[in-house]
Design a protein around this ligand. Structure first.
Ligand code: 5AD
Ligand code: SF4
Length: 525
């Protein structure tokens, strides 16, 4: 039974909030920022949906599956509400941004909606919902609409979302991996318009944050205990900030819409310098020596210059890892997806990356069964996977998304069973290659950032982990993002190693796993 609470008798900020996040790392970061913001206003967060006065879902709209999950949660809460539970339901993120007020009409039990670019308005929205009996539909929605794409100005100063990033609470408790791993956003939105993808509609145009704000945020995270930072952007390598053109009221640099047509050209005015993605990586690496690991996702396979690869090679604390989705191995399908590159260009990039950084590990995404995908197209994707030797590939079956070009122009004509067959066969092939990649590490020593007690260990011991038992399996990641497990023999040791980087000799492997023994403890603390 859920616990009844009576929000009416309590101050809005005394309410407890349950927040559940779906989707990508960008959403995880948004949730962390939202939580920090609401905690600083006095709200308390709880781990159980049934104990909460307010339930927030930070939603994903990229694939249908994630959407169905959240809608089934709404269904469950509706039943509870109809049985007399008093609970406020807020839906955040890409789903409400895409659906707009239609969502409120279709699901009247949802109290308010807030798009991913309007999260700075969430506290007001929540407060209004808690104190006002009846709000109009307009008062219950904070959505971007198409606003950001209409602006022709380079400055995105009216983009208040930056305030949310800037007001980050540097509390390790909000972060993953014992507070030692953190995300930092460098760009928001996307300008690519792949025909299957909702992101450019839900997250708006590409906006680049000023490098000084990013570095400041990284510094504070490291001061508050972070060992690893992952920079986030939908097309992270497109990052490019032109100095001196987008200034706020006090002359400070503000986020900037771009990169425009001039972004990849050399600056013409000597005063107007540009911070490229390679420059940004170099600056973070050099200016924050206590940051032991720097990663970034997601890369776009074109516009990825040697300058970035060379910085990765030359800076020992930047991880040898690229997540660079190919999406398909067929040129015909890539064109239909509007990806803007050919298989040959993709392979050229992979070759270049491996030449410059021999140890680099590559992960990707593949969409199977995109409109009109033939057996021949599918075979071409298998060929690509075999050639690239990804350490792993996330394979999704195509799901038509409202608001995309593909849903309006192309027929989703690959039968469900065919998608399923191709997906399973591709996963099998991927697993074989992944097993070989992992096996090639046997006998080598690798640095592992220790993240958690491995889920396997928890499973074997039951939910209640008994620390006094002899062996505890810890799990972490290599620089190339391979998951690695190893045993330690005491609770004290496990606790001491969590959040540090250790050296592991690899003694065995599986398709997505390295196993090893600890050789050197604590290369960092
Ligand atoms: N159907 C299936 N997969 C999709 N992705 C994005 N949109 C769709 C869609 N409509 C996948 C892409 C992308 C990843 C985040 O999600 O592979 O890289
Ligand atoms: Fe979507 Fe393509 Fe942008 Fe990635 S690059 S977010 S797939 S539109």
């Amino acid at each position: 039974m859920f616990q009844m609470s009576n929000p009416i008798e309590r101050q809005p900020t005394e309410r407890t909030i349950y927040l559940e996040t779906f989707g990508c790392q960008m959403n995880e970061l948004d949730s962390e920022l939202v939580q920090g913001q609401l905690v600083s206003l006095g709200y308390t967060f709880c781990r159980s949906r049934t104990d909460a006065d307010v339930v927030l879902f930070n939603t994903c709209s990229v694939r249908e599956q994630a959407e169905n999950k959240v809608l089934s949660r709404i269904g469950e809460l509706s039943v509870e509400k109809s049985e007399g539970r008093t609970v406020v339901i807020g839906m955040l993120g890409c789903l409400p941004e895409r659906e707009g007020n239609r969502l409120l009409r279709k699901y009247p039990q949802i109290d308010f909606i807030c798009g991913p670019s309007e999260l700075d308005r969430l506290p007001t929205l929540l407060q209004n919902t808690l104190v006002t009996e009846k709000l109009s539909t307009a008062e219950r929605a904070a959505l971007q609409g198409n606003r950001s794409r209409r602006s022709a100005a380079l400055s995105a100063a009216d983009d208040n979302l930056e305030l949310l990033d800037l007001s980050r609470v540097f509390d390790p408790d909000f972060r993953q991996s014992s507070g030692r791993s953190a995300y930092v956003r460098i760009t928001r939105g996307c300008n690519k318009f792949c025909t299957y993808c909702v992101v450019p509609n839900t997250r708006g145009a590409e906006v680049h944050r000023p490098p000084d704000s990013i570095i400041e945020e990284c510094k504070k995270l490291v001061e508050s205990g972070a060992v690893e930072i992952t920079l986030l952007g939908q097309t992270v390598n497109h990052y490019c900030y032109t100095h001196g053109v987008a200034l706020g009221e006090n002359g400070q640099e503000v986020p900037q819409i771009g990169p425009g047509l001039t972004a990849f050209k050399k600056p013409t005015d000597t005063d107007q310098t540009v911070t490229t993605f390679a420059n940004l990586l170099q600056r973070i690496h050099d200016e924050i020596p206590n940051l032991l690991r720097l990663r970034f996702v997601t890369s776009y396979p074109i516009d990825f210059g040697d300058d970035i690869l060379e910085v990765m090679r030359d800076c020992p604390r930047i991880c040898n890892y690229l997540h660079v989705p190919a999406q398909s191995g067929s040129n015909r399908i890539l064109k239909k997806m509007n990806r803007g590159y050919t298989v040959e260009e993709y392979l050229e990039f992979i070759d270049r990356a491996r030449k410059i950084i021999p140890d680099v590990e590559i992960a990707g995404d593949i969409i199977i069964g995109f409109c009109s995908e033939s057996e021949e197209d599918y075979e071409a994707t298998r060929e690509l996977i075999t050639k690239v030797r990804f350490k792993n590939n996330f394979v999704f079956h195509y799901s038509p998304r409202p608001g995309t070009v593909a849903i309006n122009r192309f027929e989703d004509d690959v039968p469900r069973e065919v998608k399923k067959r191709r997906l399973n066969a591709l996963l099998d092939l991927g697993a074989k290659i992944s097993a070989q990649v992992h096996q090639s590490y046997e006998g080598r020593e690798v640095d592992v950032f220790v993240e958690k007690v491995s889920p396997q260990s928890v499973k074997q011991r039951g939910i209640e982990l008994k620390w006094e038992e002899k062996k505890i399996q810890l799990s972490g990641r290599t620089s190339g993002d391979l998951i690695c497990v190893f045993d330690v023999n005491s609770e004290a040791k496990a606790k001491k190693l969590l959040g540090t980087i250790v050296q592991i000799e690899i003694t065995g492997s599986a398709p997505l796993l390295l196993k090893g023994v600890l050789t050197t403890t604590i290369l960092s603390k």
